[in-house]
Design a binder for this molecule. Structure first.
Ligand SMILES: [Zn+2]
Length: 110
């Protein structure tokens, strides 16, 4: 486990201390996950903005869902994302986003 201390504007969700550092956990050589470690209470947390588990930036996901709401097909959405953001997103990934975000909560996110 590597610990990377840096100035971040986060407060501990447990004790509200501002003494928080980023800890990076490497699961294997290709993936790693960032979590926050509070130096005051020594507890860890991951601030959840709803997009933490996704590889793509929120703007890409939001755009995909907007296009979906306009009635575009999965391949049309993938094409649009590629031309707007230069990201390659599979139709399966877009389908996963739809399942994950197109719920009652989706109005708030989009
Ligand atoms: Zn704390």
């Amino acid at each position: 486990m590597e610990q990377i201390y840096s100035e971040i504007n986060k407060k501990c969700i447990h004790c509200s201390s501002g003494q928080v550092c980023i800890v990076q956990i490497r699961k294997n050589t290709s993936t790693s996950r960032e979590i926050y470690l509070c130096k005051s209470c020594n507890r860890r947390f991951t601030p959840d903005n709803g997009f933490n588990r996704f590889r793509h930036p929120p703007i890409v996901i939001k755009t995909a869902l907007r296009l979906n709401n306009k009635g575009l097909s999965l391949s049309q959405i993938a094409y649009q994302l590629n031309s707007s953001f230069r990201v390659k997103v599979s139709r399966k990934t877009i389908l996963d986003w739809k399942k994950r975000f197109l719920t009652k909560e989706s109005e708030k996110i989009i």
